[in-house]
Design a protein. Structure first.
Ligand code: ZN
Length: 505
C-alpha cells in the first residue's frame, strides 16, 4: 500500500546539503532560464569553459568532512596540499582597491540600507560608529577581514587534529559495513562537505560524513509537489536484493533503511578498540546517525547515508545550477552528468513526518564548484590570480555562527544554518560571474556585497535552493518572519559597525 501523501513541507538542509527531488528526468544541458533568483539573477548565456569539477568518488582513504552548526559544512581538507591553499594572511596588505564595477555594486548595494540603530536583544554597545557612505569608500578597511581569516586559519589546525580521529572511526565503520553480509555492502565515503571544500571554519568538535551507496534502477516520484522530497521505487522488483526488506508498499522506506543503518553502526562502534564512542539518541526526521567520540576529546560525528542515483537529474532541477555565465555551459553539462544523492531526510506533514521520503542532495556538486570556482581555470592556483570568493564564504559562515553563538537559540536563530549562507553565496557568484569582480584586494567590498545579498533574501523572505529553484529555503513554512527580521537587524548592525561580533568569543 502506498504511503499517504500529505502536504509537503520543505526544510532547509540541516545536515547534508540537501534538497529534494521529484520525478526523475531532467534536462541535462539546456536550461531555459536561470531562476529569477532571489533578488535578481544572472542570465544564461556565457560560455566559458571552466574546469569540470568532477568530485572524486573512488574508494579512497576515508577522510572526513566537518559540519557547521549541525548543518552542512565546515572545514578544511586534511592537510592535503592543494593549489587551493589559504592565501597568506598578509599583514599590512594594501587597502582594498575596488574596481569601478565592484565599487558601483557595493555602492548600490549600500544605497537604501538603513543605518541601523543598536539591535534589539542583549549585546555590547556599538564599538564603532556606523560609517557613512562616503567614509566607507575612503577607509574601507575599518575592520580587519584578514585578521579574522587568520584566526580562522589557526582554528583549522585544530580541526585537522580532530579530523584524524574521525578518519579512524570512519575507516573502521566502512570496513565493517563492507566486510559483513550487510545490506550496505558497497558503501563508500562521499568526499563532500565543508571539510573537503576547505571552507570549514570552526567547530573542530563537529563533523559530518556522508556514506554513499549506489542503488541501481530506481525511480523517483515527487512527494506532493514538494520539488525537494520524493519517494523511491525500483524499476523492477529487486528480488533477492538485500534492500527489499526496506520496501513498504513498493516504496523504499527512508526510516526503515536508516534504522537498519543505525543498528549496524551501533553494533560496530562497540568493536572499536582504543576509542570511546557512543551513539546519540535518534532525532526525529534527521537523516544523521550521530556518534560521540568521548576520549581523548569530545567530537561529535554525524554519519549520513546517501543513496547514489546515476540517472538523469530530476525535472525540478532543470532551472537550477545557474552557472552558465559564471563557469560556463560545458562545465554545467558535465556536472549534470554526475550522479545525485538522496538522503533519508523525512518530509514534514504538519507536526509529523512522512516516514518514506528522501531528499535530494548535491553536496558533491557544491564541492566541485567551490573547488573550481573561477572563470579562469587558474583562479587561485599558484600561478594564477587569487580571488576572494572562498574568503567571502568563510566570513559569511563565521558571521552567522558568531551571531548564533551570541544569541543562542533565541528568536529562532537555530533555524538558520550554514547551508543558507552557502546558497546565498552561490547566488552572489551567479550575479557576479567574472573573476575581476572578486579581486582579492576587494575582499571587504565583495564580502559587503555578500552580506547585502543575504540581507535582501531575509527581507524578501526568498532564498532559492541553488539546485531546485522552486524550493524557497526562506519560506514561512521553514522559518517564521520574526526570526528573519531579527537576524536581518543583527546583520545590519554588524555591517554598519565593522562586524564587532567577529572579535567576540
Ligand atoms: Zn579564485
Amino acid at each position: 500500500m502506498a504511503p499517504p501523501r500529505g502536504k509537503a513541507t520543505r526544510r532547509a538542509s540541516e545536515t547534508a546539503s540537501g534538497v529534494s527531488a521529484p520525478g526523475v528526468k531532467g534536462g541535462a544541458t539546456a536550461e531555459p532560464s536561470e531562476p529569477a533568483a532571489v533578488p535578481k539573477a544572472a542570465r544564461p548565456g556565457a560560455r566559458r569553459c571552466g574546469p569540470a569539477g568532477a568530485s572524486g568518488s573512488g574508494r579512497k582513504k576515508p577522510q572526513v568532512r566537518a559540519r557547521a552548526a549541525r548543518a552542512e559544512d565546515q572545514a578544511e581538507g586534511p592537510a592535503a596540499p592543494t593549489a587551493d591553499a589559504e592565501p597568506p594572511a598578509v599583514p599590512g596588505h594594501p587597502l582594498p582597491r575596488a574596481t569601478a564595477r565592484s565599487r558601483a555594486t557595493a555602492r548600490s548595494a549600500r544605497a537604501g540600507r538603513p543605518q541601523s540603530g543598536p539591535p534589539e536583544g542583549p549585546g555590547p554597545g556599538p564599538r564603532a560608529p556606523a560609517p557613512h557612505l562616503g567614509q566607507r569608500e575612503e577607509a574601507p578597511g575599518a575592520w580587519k577581514p584578514r585578521a579574522v581569516l587568520e584566526k580562522l586559519r589557526l582554528k583549522r589546525q585544530e580541526i585537522s587534529v580532530a579530523a584524524a580521529m574521525v578518519n579512524t572511526l570512519v575507516d573502521h565503520l566502512l570496513r565493517r559495513l563492507n566486510s559483513r553480509e550487510s545490506e550496505f555492502k558497497g558503501v563508500d565515503l562521499l568526499r563532500s562537505g565543508s571539510y573537503y571544500e576547505r571552507v570549514k571554519i570552526s567547530a573542530p568538535n563537529e563533523f559530518d560524513v556522508m556514506f554513499k551507496l549506489e542503488v541501481p534502477r530506481i525511480q523517483l516520484e515527487e512527494y506532493c509537489n514538494s520539488s525537494a522530497h520524493c519517494f523511491v521505487k525500483f524499476k523492477r522488483n529487486p528480488k533477492g536484493s538485500p534492500l527489499d526488506q526496506f520496501l513498504e508498499g513498493g516504496i523504499l522506506s527512508a526510516s526503515k533503511m536508516l534504522s537498519r543503518f543505525r543498528k549496524i553502526i551501533n553494533e560496530e562502534i562497540k568493536n572499536i578498540e582504543d576509542t570511546d564512542v557512543i551513539m546519540q539518541k535518534k532525532k526525529r526526521g534527521s537523516p544523521a546517525v550521530t556518534l560521540l567520540i568521548r576520549k581523548p576529546r569530545e567530537i561529535s560525528v554525524d554519519v549520513i547515508l546517501a543513496l547514489e542515483c546515476r540517472s538523469s537529474w530530476p525535472a525540478s532541477t532543470q532551472r537550477g545550477l545557474p552557472i552558465n555565465n559564471w563557469l560556463g555551459g560545458k562545465v554545467k553539462s558535465s556536472l549534470k552528468r554526475q550522479p545525485f544523492y538522496l538522503v533519508p531526510k523525512l518530509a514534514k506533514e504538519g507536526s509529523r513526518f512522512q516516514e518514506e521520503t528522501w531528499r535530494l542532495s548535491f553536496s558533491h556538486i557544491e564541492k566541485a564548484i567551490l573547488k573550481n570556482h573561477g572563470q579562469s581555470k587558474t583562479c587561485c592556483e599558484i600561478d594564477g590570480v587569487k580571488c576572494c570568493r572562498k574568503e567571502c564564504l568563510k566570513l559569511m559562515k563565521y558571521l552567522l555562527e558568531q551571531l548564533k553563538k551570541k544569541f543562542g537559540d533565541q528568536r529562532g536563530l537555530d533555524k538558520f544554518c550554514s547551508y543558507h549562507v552557502k546558497t546565498a553565496f552561490f547566488h552572489v557568484c551567479t550575479q557576479n560571474p567574472h573573476d575581476s569582480q572578486w579581486h582579492y584586494e576587494d575582499l571587504e567590498l565583495c564580502f559587503d556585497n555578500c552580506v547585502t545579498y543575504f540581507l535582501q533574501c531575509l527581507k524578501t523572505e526568498r532564498l532559492e535552493n541553488y539546485f531546485i529553484p522552486d524550493v524557497n529555503l526562506f519560506s514561512r513554512d521553514e522559518i517564521n518572519k520574526l526570526s528573519k527580521e531579527f537576524l536581518s537587524k543583527q546583520i545590519e548592525y554588524q555591517q554598519n559597525n565593522g562586524f564587532p561580533v567577529f572579535d567576540e568569543f
